[in-house]
Design a protein. Structure first.
Length: 422
Protein backbone atom coordinates (compact mmCIF):
# COMPACT_ATOMS: atom_id res chain seq x y z
CA UNK A 1 0.00 0.00 0.00
CA UNK A 2 1.21 3.51 -0.81
CA UNK A 3 1.96 5.96 2.00
CA UNK A 4 1.21 9.70 2.06
CA UNK A 5 3.79 12.41 2.29
CA UNK A 6 2.71 13.35 5.85
CA UNK A 7 1.62 11.51 8.94
CA UNK A 8 -1.23 13.39 10.56
CA UNK A 9 -2.15 12.92 14.24
CA UNK A 10 -5.48 14.36 15.45
CA UNK A 11 -5.87 14.75 19.21
CA UNK A 12 -9.50 15.58 20.00
CA UNK A 13 -10.46 17.28 23.30
CA UNK A 14 -6.79 18.00 23.92
CA UNK A 15 -7.60 20.03 27.06
CA UNK A 16 -8.37 16.72 28.81
CA UNK A 17 -4.70 15.62 28.77
CA UNK A 18 -2.89 15.45 32.10
CA UNK A 19 0.08 17.68 32.92
CA UNK A 20 2.39 14.72 32.42
CA UNK A 21 0.94 14.07 28.96
CA UNK A 22 1.32 17.74 28.02
CA UNK A 23 4.97 17.69 29.14
CA UNK A 24 5.63 14.63 26.99
CA UNK A 25 3.88 16.26 24.00
CA UNK A 26 5.80 19.49 24.51
CA UNK A 27 9.15 17.87 23.63
CA UNK A 28 7.74 16.55 20.35
CA UNK A 29 6.22 19.93 19.45
CA UNK A 30 9.53 21.69 20.09
CA UNK A 31 11.36 19.46 17.59
CA UNK A 32 8.68 18.00 15.29
CA UNK A 33 9.67 15.56 12.51
CA UNK A 34 9.44 17.12 9.06
CA UNK A 35 6.75 14.72 7.84
CA UNK A 36 4.48 14.83 10.91
CA UNK A 37 1.52 17.19 11.49
CA UNK A 38 -0.33 17.42 14.82
CA UNK A 39 -3.92 18.72 14.87
CA UNK A 40 -5.07 19.60 18.39
CA UNK A 41 -8.85 20.09 18.66
CA UNK A 42 -10.63 21.58 21.67
CA UNK A 43 -13.65 23.67 22.61
CA UNK A 44 -11.90 24.98 25.76
CA UNK A 45 -8.62 26.48 24.60
CA UNK A 46 -8.19 28.33 27.92
CA UNK A 47 -7.47 24.97 29.61
CA UNK A 48 -4.50 24.23 27.33
CA UNK A 49 -1.14 25.25 28.92
CA UNK A 50 0.51 28.37 27.50
CA UNK A 51 3.67 26.36 26.74
CA UNK A 52 1.59 24.36 24.23
CA UNK A 53 -0.34 27.36 22.84
CA UNK A 54 2.89 29.24 22.15
CA UNK A 55 4.15 26.43 19.88
CA UNK A 56 1.10 25.92 17.68
CA UNK A 57 -0.79 27.82 15.00
CA UNK A 58 -4.33 28.64 16.15
CA UNK A 59 -7.47 28.55 14.01
CA UNK A 60 -10.86 29.61 15.42
CA UNK A 61 -13.94 27.83 14.06
CA UNK A 62 -17.21 29.67 14.66
CA UNK A 63 -20.66 28.20 15.08
CA UNK A 64 -22.76 27.71 11.96
CA UNK A 65 -25.94 29.79 11.77
CA UNK A 66 -29.31 28.08 12.21
CA UNK A 67 -30.32 29.11 8.68
CA UNK A 68 -27.27 27.47 7.13
CA UNK A 69 -27.81 24.28 9.14
CA UNK A 70 -31.49 24.18 8.12
CA UNK A 71 -30.52 24.62 4.46
CA UNK A 72 -28.01 21.78 4.68
CA UNK A 73 -30.49 19.45 6.43
CA UNK A 74 -33.11 20.20 3.77
CA UNK A 75 -30.56 19.31 1.06
CA UNK A 76 -29.77 15.99 2.78
CA UNK A 77 -33.49 15.11 3.05
CA UNK A 78 -34.08 15.92 -0.63
CA UNK A 79 -31.11 13.78 -1.66
CA UNK A 80 -32.48 10.83 0.36
CA UNK A 81 -36.03 11.41 -0.86
CA UNK A 82 -37.42 11.90 2.66
CA UNK A 83 -40.28 14.19 3.67
CA UNK A 84 -39.52 16.34 6.73
CA UNK A 85 -41.38 19.52 7.70
CA UNK A 86 -39.45 22.79 7.56
CA UNK A 87 -40.50 23.49 11.18
CA UNK A 88 -38.99 20.17 12.23
CA UNK A 89 -35.70 20.98 10.51
CA UNK A 90 -35.55 24.36 12.26
CA UNK A 91 -36.05 22.71 15.64
CA UNK A 92 -33.10 20.40 14.88
CA UNK A 93 -30.99 23.39 13.78
CA UNK A 94 -31.68 25.32 17.00
CA UNK A 95 -31.07 22.27 19.16
CA UNK A 96 -27.69 21.64 17.48
CA UNK A 97 -26.49 25.08 18.74
CA UNK A 98 -24.27 25.78 15.74
CA UNK A 99 -22.87 22.25 15.30
CA UNK A 100 -23.64 20.64 11.95
CA UNK A 101 -22.41 17.24 13.15
CA UNK A 102 -24.90 17.28 16.04
CA UNK A 103 -27.68 18.36 13.68
CA UNK A 104 -26.97 15.48 11.28
CA UNK A 105 -26.89 13.04 14.20
CA UNK A 106 -30.34 14.18 15.38
CA UNK A 107 -31.68 14.03 11.83
CA UNK A 108 -30.31 10.49 11.47
CA UNK A 109 -32.37 9.43 14.52
CA UNK A 110 -35.49 11.15 13.19
CA UNK A 111 -35.23 9.44 9.79
CA UNK A 112 -35.95 6.12 11.51
CA UNK A 113 -39.59 7.29 11.66
CA UNK A 114 -42.02 7.08 8.77
CA UNK A 115 -42.73 10.07 6.54
CA UNK A 116 -43.89 12.73 6.97
CA UNK A 117 -41.75 13.71 9.95
CA UNK A 118 -43.32 16.60 11.90
CA UNK A 119 -42.24 19.04 14.60
CA UNK A 120 -43.74 17.04 17.48
CA UNK A 121 -41.79 13.95 16.39
CA UNK A 122 -38.54 15.88 16.83
CA UNK A 123 -39.52 16.97 20.32
CA UNK A 124 -40.30 13.36 21.27
CA UNK A 125 -36.97 12.03 19.99
CA UNK A 126 -34.77 14.66 21.65
CA UNK A 127 -36.87 14.81 24.85
CA UNK A 128 -38.02 18.43 24.57
CA UNK A 129 -41.39 19.86 25.52
CA UNK A 130 -41.27 22.57 22.85
CA UNK A 131 -41.79 26.33 22.70
CA UNK A 132 -45.59 26.06 22.86
CA UNK A 133 -45.37 24.28 26.21
CA UNK A 134 -42.87 26.84 27.54
CA UNK A 135 -45.14 29.65 26.33
CA UNK A 136 -48.11 28.13 28.18
CA UNK A 137 -46.00 27.77 31.33
CA UNK A 138 -44.87 31.39 31.00
CA UNK A 139 -48.54 32.46 30.81
CA UNK A 140 -49.28 30.60 34.05
CA UNK A 141 -46.39 32.40 35.77
CA UNK A 142 -47.61 35.77 34.50
CA UNK A 143 -51.11 35.04 35.87
CA UNK A 144 -49.46 34.24 39.24
CA UNK A 145 -51.65 31.16 39.51
CA UNK A 146 -50.04 28.43 41.64
CA UNK A 147 -52.56 25.75 40.65
CA UNK A 148 -52.30 26.35 36.88
CA UNK A 149 -48.50 26.48 37.00
CA UNK A 150 -48.18 23.16 38.84
CA UNK A 151 -50.83 21.61 36.57
CA UNK A 152 -48.84 22.66 33.49
CA UNK A 153 -45.67 21.15 34.97
CA UNK A 154 -47.59 17.93 35.70
CA UNK A 155 -48.76 17.88 32.09
CA UNK A 156 -45.18 17.96 30.82
CA UNK A 157 -44.00 15.28 33.24
CA UNK A 158 -46.92 13.01 32.28
CA UNK A 159 -45.71 13.19 28.68
CA UNK A 160 -42.45 11.65 29.85
CA UNK A 161 -40.40 14.85 29.89
CA UNK A 162 -37.61 15.34 32.42
CA UNK A 163 -38.40 18.13 34.95
CA UNK A 164 -34.84 19.41 34.50
CA UNK A 165 -35.41 19.78 30.76
CA UNK A 166 -38.70 21.61 31.34
CA UNK A 167 -36.96 24.25 33.49
CA UNK A 168 -34.05 24.56 31.01
CA UNK A 169 -36.40 25.13 28.08
CA UNK A 170 -38.38 27.68 30.07
CA UNK A 171 -35.11 29.51 30.77
CA UNK A 172 -34.22 29.46 27.06
CA UNK A 173 -37.66 30.84 26.24
CA UNK A 174 -37.37 33.62 28.84
CA UNK A 175 -33.88 34.42 27.56
CA UNK A 176 -35.30 35.13 24.11
CA UNK A 177 -37.97 37.31 25.71
CA UNK A 178 -35.28 39.20 27.65
CA UNK A 179 -33.18 39.78 24.52
CA UNK A 180 -36.24 41.02 22.65
CA UNK A 181 -37.42 43.46 25.32
CA UNK A 182 -33.93 44.87 26.02
CA UNK A 183 -32.30 44.91 22.59
CA UNK A 184 -35.11 44.24 20.13
CA UNK A 185 -33.52 40.94 19.04
CA UNK A 186 -35.87 38.94 16.83
CA UNK A 187 -36.89 35.66 18.55
CA UNK A 188 -35.52 32.53 16.87
CA UNK A 189 -38.99 31.02 16.56
CA UNK A 190 -41.64 30.47 13.94
CA UNK A 191 -43.59 33.67 13.08
CA UNK A 192 -46.70 32.81 15.14
CA UNK A 193 -44.65 31.73 18.18
CA UNK A 194 -42.45 34.82 17.87
CA UNK A 195 -45.57 37.03 17.95
CA UNK A 196 -46.78 35.30 21.09
CA UNK A 197 -43.40 35.71 22.79
CA UNK A 198 -43.35 39.43 21.95
CA UNK A 199 -46.81 39.92 23.44
CA UNK A 200 -45.81 38.04 26.60
CA UNK A 201 -42.61 40.09 26.91
CA UNK A 202 -44.52 43.37 26.79
CA UNK A 203 -47.05 42.09 29.31
CA UNK A 204 -44.36 40.92 31.74
CA UNK A 205 -42.03 43.91 31.51
CA UNK A 206 -38.29 43.93 32.14
CA UNK A 207 -38.50 43.83 35.94
CA UNK A 208 -40.63 40.71 36.08
CA UNK A 209 -38.53 38.94 33.43
CA UNK A 210 -35.35 39.57 35.40
CA UNK A 211 -37.04 38.36 38.59
CA UNK A 212 -38.27 35.13 36.95
CA UNK A 213 -34.95 34.36 35.27
CA UNK A 214 -33.06 34.92 38.54
CA UNK A 215 -35.41 32.62 40.43
CA UNK A 216 -35.10 29.88 37.79
CA UNK A 217 -31.30 30.19 37.55
CA UNK A 218 -30.92 29.90 41.32
CA UNK A 219 -33.22 26.89 41.42
CA UNK A 220 -31.62 25.15 38.43
CA UNK A 221 -28.42 24.64 40.43
CA UNK A 222 -30.39 22.71 43.06
CA UNK A 223 -31.06 19.84 40.65
CA UNK A 224 -27.53 18.47 41.01
CA UNK A 225 -27.97 18.06 44.77
CA UNK A 226 -31.55 16.78 44.68
CA UNK A 227 -32.68 13.16 44.53
CA UNK A 228 -36.24 14.24 43.63
CA UNK A 229 -36.16 16.24 40.38
CA UNK A 230 -39.93 16.64 40.28
CA UNK A 231 -40.16 18.21 43.74
CA UNK A 232 -37.23 20.49 42.90
CA UNK A 233 -38.96 21.70 39.73
CA UNK A 234 -42.18 22.35 41.67
CA UNK A 235 -40.29 24.33 44.33
CA UNK A 236 -38.49 26.38 41.65
CA UNK A 237 -41.79 27.44 40.07
CA UNK A 238 -43.46 28.12 43.42
CA UNK A 239 -40.49 30.25 44.49
CA UNK A 240 -40.70 32.19 41.22
CA UNK A 241 -44.39 32.88 41.87
CA UNK A 242 -43.73 33.80 45.49
CA UNK A 243 -40.96 36.23 44.49
CA UNK A 244 -43.40 37.89 42.08
CA UNK A 245 -45.93 38.38 44.87
CA UNK A 246 -43.23 39.86 47.09
CA UNK A 247 -42.32 42.38 44.39
CA UNK A 248 -45.83 43.58 43.43
CA UNK A 249 -45.96 47.25 42.34
CA UNK A 250 -48.31 48.14 45.17
CA UNK A 251 -45.63 47.06 47.63
CA UNK A 252 -43.69 50.20 46.69
CA UNK A 253 -46.56 52.33 48.01
CA UNK A 254 -46.68 50.17 51.11
CA UNK A 255 -42.93 50.59 51.63
CA UNK A 256 -43.17 54.35 51.12
CA UNK A 257 -45.96 54.54 53.68
CA UNK A 258 -43.93 52.39 56.06
CA UNK A 259 -40.94 54.71 55.61
CA UNK A 260 -43.13 57.74 56.30
CA UNK A 261 -44.59 56.01 59.37
CA UNK A 262 -41.13 55.10 60.63
CA UNK A 263 -39.99 58.73 60.21
CA UNK A 264 -42.99 59.99 62.18
CA UNK A 265 -42.37 57.45 64.94
CA UNK A 266 -38.72 58.47 65.09
CA UNK A 267 -39.66 62.15 65.39
CA UNK A 268 -42.19 61.33 68.09
CA UNK A 269 -39.58 59.32 69.96
CA UNK A 270 -37.02 62.17 69.90
CA UNK A 271 -39.72 64.60 70.94
CA UNK A 272 -40.76 62.53 73.96
CA UNK A 273 -37.10 61.91 74.85
CA UNK A 274 -36.43 65.65 74.83
CA UNK A 275 -39.49 66.27 76.93
CA UNK A 276 -38.53 63.54 79.39
CA UNK A 277 -35.25 65.17 80.38
CA UNK A 278 -36.99 68.47 81.21
CA UNK A 279 -38.35 69.08 84.73
CA UNK A 280 -41.14 66.63 85.25
CA UNK A 281 -44.76 67.51 85.78
CA UNK A 282 -46.42 65.77 88.69
CA UNK A 283 -47.28 62.16 87.92
CA UNK A 284 -50.96 62.78 88.53
CA UNK A 285 -51.02 65.42 85.75
CA UNK A 286 -49.23 63.06 83.36
CA UNK A 287 -51.77 60.36 84.20
CA UNK A 288 -54.66 62.74 83.46
CA UNK A 289 -53.22 63.57 80.03
CA UNK A 290 -52.73 59.88 79.26
CA UNK A 291 -56.32 59.13 80.25
CA UNK A 292 -57.57 62.01 78.06
CA UNK A 293 -55.61 60.67 75.07
CA UNK A 294 -57.01 57.19 75.67
CA UNK A 295 -60.55 58.48 75.81
CA UNK A 296 -60.25 59.59 72.17
CA UNK A 297 -59.73 55.97 71.04
CA UNK A 298 -62.61 53.46 71.03
CA UNK A 299 -62.76 51.00 73.88
CA UNK A 300 -60.56 47.92 73.40
CA UNK A 301 -63.50 45.55 73.71
CA UNK A 302 -65.33 47.46 70.96
CA UNK A 303 -62.29 47.31 68.67
CA UNK A 304 -61.71 43.56 69.07
CA UNK A 305 -65.43 42.94 68.50
CA UNK A 306 -65.27 44.98 65.28
CA UNK A 307 -62.10 43.16 64.14
CA UNK A 308 -63.64 39.73 64.74
CA UNK A 309 -66.86 40.73 62.98
CA UNK A 310 -65.01 42.01 59.91
CA UNK A 311 -62.26 39.39 59.93
CA UNK A 312 -63.62 37.44 56.89
CA UNK A 313 -63.80 40.71 54.93
CA UNK A 314 -60.29 41.63 56.07
CA UNK A 315 -58.97 38.27 54.87
CA UNK A 316 -60.66 38.72 51.49
CA UNK A 317 -59.16 42.21 51.06
CA UNK A 318 -55.69 40.89 51.96
CA UNK A 319 -56.09 38.08 49.43
CA UNK A 320 -56.87 40.60 46.68
CA UNK A 321 -53.86 42.68 47.66
CA UNK A 322 -51.28 39.95 48.24
CA UNK A 323 -51.96 36.23 48.08
CA UNK A 324 -48.85 35.11 49.95
CA UNK A 325 -49.71 37.33 52.95
CA UNK A 326 -53.24 35.91 52.93
CA UNK A 327 -51.84 32.36 53.09
CA UNK A 328 -49.84 33.18 56.25
CA UNK A 329 -52.65 35.22 57.84
CA UNK A 330 -55.12 32.32 57.59
CA UNK A 331 -53.38 30.64 60.53
CA UNK A 332 -53.60 33.73 62.75
CA UNK A 333 -56.56 34.63 64.97
CA UNK A 334 -57.32 38.11 66.36
CA UNK A 335 -57.58 37.67 70.11
CA UNK A 336 -57.08 40.89 72.05
CA UNK A 337 -56.47 44.62 71.76
CA UNK A 338 -54.33 46.65 74.16
CA UNK A 339 -54.12 50.36 73.38
CA UNK A 340 -53.35 50.46 69.66
CA UNK A 341 -51.87 46.95 69.54
CA UNK A 342 -53.87 44.07 68.04
CA UNK A 343 -52.66 40.62 69.09
CA UNK A 344 -52.76 37.86 66.47
CA UNK A 345 -52.41 34.40 67.97
CA UNK A 346 -50.82 31.51 66.04
CA UNK A 347 -51.34 27.95 67.26
CA UNK A 348 -48.43 25.70 68.10
CA UNK A 349 -46.95 24.13 64.97
CA UNK A 350 -47.47 27.26 62.84
CA UNK A 351 -44.30 29.12 63.79
CA UNK A 352 -43.26 29.22 60.11
CA UNK A 353 -46.45 31.15 59.23
CA UNK A 354 -45.86 33.53 62.13
CA UNK A 355 -42.24 34.22 61.10
CA UNK A 356 -43.25 34.89 57.50
CA UNK A 357 -46.13 37.13 58.58
CA UNK A 358 -43.75 39.11 60.82
CA UNK A 359 -41.90 40.36 57.74
CA UNK A 360 -42.59 44.14 57.45
CA UNK A 361 -43.99 43.94 53.91
CA UNK A 362 -46.66 41.46 55.09
CA UNK A 363 -47.63 43.29 58.29
CA UNK A 364 -47.92 46.64 56.51
CA UNK A 365 -50.43 45.28 53.99
CA UNK A 366 -52.76 44.11 56.77
CA UNK A 367 -52.33 47.25 58.92
CA UNK A 368 -53.32 49.47 55.97
CA UNK A 369 -56.44 47.39 55.31
CA UNK A 370 -57.36 47.43 59.02
CA UNK A 371 -57.10 51.21 59.11
CA UNK A 372 -59.29 51.54 56.01
CA UNK A 373 -62.01 49.16 57.22
CA UNK A 374 -62.06 50.06 60.93
CA UNK A 375 -61.21 53.76 60.82
CA UNK A 376 -58.50 53.49 63.47
CA UNK A 377 -54.80 52.72 63.22
CA UNK A 378 -53.68 49.46 64.83
CA UNK A 379 -50.25 47.86 65.13
CA UNK A 380 -50.11 44.09 64.73
CA UNK A 381 -48.27 41.93 67.21
CA UNK A 382 -48.18 38.24 66.25
CA UNK A 383 -47.37 35.77 69.03
CA UNK A 384 -47.57 32.03 69.56
CA UNK A 385 -50.44 30.79 71.71
CA UNK A 386 -48.21 29.69 74.60
CA UNK A 387 -46.33 33.02 74.58
CA UNK A 388 -49.61 34.94 74.72
CA UNK A 389 -50.63 33.05 77.85
CA UNK A 390 -47.37 34.14 79.48
CA UNK A 391 -48.04 37.75 78.48
CA UNK A 392 -51.46 37.58 80.12
CA UNK A 393 -49.99 36.08 83.30
CA UNK A 394 -47.33 38.80 83.52
CA UNK A 395 -49.84 41.68 83.36
CA UNK A 396 -49.98 43.97 86.44
CA UNK A 397 -52.67 42.99 88.93
CA UNK A 398 -54.45 46.36 89.13
CA UNK A 399 -54.90 49.67 87.34
CA UNK A 400 -52.47 51.50 89.61
CA UNK A 401 -49.65 49.05 88.88
CA UNK A 402 -50.47 49.25 85.17
CA UNK A 403 -50.15 53.04 85.23
CA UNK A 404 -46.82 52.87 87.08
CA UNK A 405 -45.54 50.19 84.73
CA UNK A 406 -46.35 52.30 81.68
CA UNK A 407 -44.75 55.38 83.23
CA UNK A 408 -41.52 53.42 83.85
CA UNK A 409 -41.55 52.12 80.30
CA UNK A 410 -42.12 55.61 78.93
CA UNK A 411 -39.72 57.74 81.03
CA UNK A 412 -37.30 55.15 82.45
CA UNK A 413 -36.94 53.97 86.08
CA UNK A 414 -34.49 56.79 86.93
CA UNK A 415 -37.09 59.53 86.35
CA UNK A 416 -40.15 57.92 87.94
CA UNK A 417 -40.77 58.29 91.67
CA UNK A 418 -43.88 56.83 93.28
CA UNK A 419 -45.22 58.57 96.36
CA UNK A 420 -48.16 57.20 98.27
CA UNK A 421 -50.54 59.53 100.10
CA UNK A 422 -51.01 58.82 103.79
Amino acid sequence: SSEGKYKIYIIDEVHMLTNEAFNALLKTLEEPPANVVFILATTEAHKVPLTILSRVQRFEFHRISADDITSRLKQVCQTMGREVEDKALRVIAFKAEGGLRDALSILDQCLLLEDPIKEQHIYQIIGMVGESFSADLFDCLLEQDYAKTLSQLEKGISLGRDPRQIIRELLDYLRQALLYITGGAEPLLSPEKAQRLKAQSKKAGLGKLILLINALLKGEGDFRYSSNARLTAEMILIQALYDQNQALPEDKAVNNQALSSATMQSQAYHSTTTTAVKPQKPLTEQTKQTEQAKSILPEAKDIISAVKAKWPQILEEVKKKKKSTHAFLLEGKPTAVEGDILYLIFKEGYSFHKEKFDQPENKQVVEIILQRLLGCKLQLNSVMESDFQNIVMDKPSNQEDLCISKAVDFFGPELVQVKKDN
